[in-house]
Design a protein around this ligand. Structure first.
Ligand SMILES: [Zn+2]
Ligand SMILES: [Zn+2]
Length: 343
């Protein structure tokens, strides 16, 4: 089979390698694999990759083509979408239903075990047992199925921030995640959505998602506060910048919820400071979310199935497997929203 092998940092080679055997798992014919911002860390620095060569890609959808011994939950022809972290199922976090922040995540699809930038991918017994594979609703396109992974993170993020009908929303960062936040917040009944970015091109690409105001620039606090009635009910900081996170907190209204959604890259200063009395006297909540549970992934598939997610606008670029490296560089250059590889 053809696969895009990450042979070391910044080095991808498309090669023919043996097709994996189903064993006690199932073999998936990969039909779509999204490229994620986090893939840049794996591609550029080999972050978290335990051994090379590795096959990147964790936003995967495909069709089951072979079922191994003892698997009865999946059948040939099933159309599957994946989330990416193999949780332990036993630690205090897992037992509380927070499998997304499991203490013992050992394997991550497309990072420590081969992912979706290949014609075929093995779903091990463990991946199946731990609920990483969800069946796609009928008629859903594979590209939409692959979007369920990033969208699941957004579902988790907005639920955590108590998004509800009638609330005002500030979105910091107009990348693919920011656009999905606008899209989903609107579905959830946002009264007013303001989005900011320091990249004008990205703001332009976010236009089809129908925020009420688009604000350009790095020093956006006064502008966005001026557009609000005393700050925002929900603030989603979908960027990897601790200075933007600080402004996010100061944009909260009374009783507001701030989600510092974007992790800060390893090695950068991730300290975020804010005046205590600001959140105290406004009764604000400041938190952060990471990844998703199987329930968020299923809800993401339901939102996609309902046809309310603008998948056609979120996916701005499509590449074949031979162009896997070009696909990654397109994400690197931030000239896109979601990039899909169709192996
Ligand atoms: Zn991702
Ligand atoms: Zn665990």
């Amino acid at each position: 089979m053809k696969a895009a092998l990450l042979e070391g940092p910044k080095n991808i080679r498309v090669a023919d390698i043996p097709k994996p055997a189903a064993g006690k798992g199932v073999l998936l014919r990969v039909r779509a694999c999204g490229i994620c911002g986090s893939d840049m860390k794996f591609y550029n620095y080999g972050d978290r990759v335990k051994k090379f060569p590795q096959i990147l890609g964790h936003e995967v959808a495909g069709e089951v083509v072979e079922v191994g011994s003892g698997v009865d939950s999946l059948a040939v022809g099933d159309r599957i979408a994946l989330r990416n972290e193999v949780q332990c199922g036993r630690c205090p976090a897992c037992l509380k239903g927070l499998e997304n922040v499991c203490e013992n995540i050992e394997d991550v699809i497309g990072v420590t075990i081969p992912g979706g930038l290949a014609e075929y991918m093995l779903l091990t017994e463990e991946i199946i047992e731990k609920g990483l594979a969800n069946k796609m609703p009928e008629k859903m396109a594979y590209e939409e199925g692959a979007l369920a992974e990033p969208l699941g993170c957004v579902v988790n993020g907005l639920e955590f921030a108590r998004m509800e009908e009638g609330k005002s929303v500030l979105v910091i960062g107009a990348g693919p995640i920011g656009c999905m936040i606008i899209n989903l917040a609107r579905i959830m009944g946002a009264s007013e959505i303001v989005v900011v970015d320091k990249n004008q091109k990205r703001l332009d690409m976010a236009r089809p998602f129908g925020a009420d105001h688009y604000v350009y620039g790095e020093n956006f606090l006064d502008d966005v506060l001026g557009l609000s009635k005393g700050g925002y009910d929900v603030v989603m900081s979908a960027c990897s910048d601790s200075k933007a996170h600080e402004k996010a907190i100061l944009a909260a209204g009374r009783g507001g919820f701030v989600n510092l959604f974007g992790g800060i890259a390893k090695g950068l200063d991730d300290a975020v400071s804010f005046p205590n009395n600001f959140i105290h006297y406004r009764q604000c909540s400041v938190g952060g979310t990471f990844s998703q549970t199987r329930h968020h992934h299923k809800r993401a598939l339901q939102y996609l199935a309902a046809g309310k997610i603008k998948a056609g606008e979120i996916i701005t670029h499509k590449f074949g497997l031979d162009e896997a490296e070009k696909a990654i560089k397109t994400v690197q250059n931030q000239e896109c929203l979601k990039v899909m590889v169709l192996p």
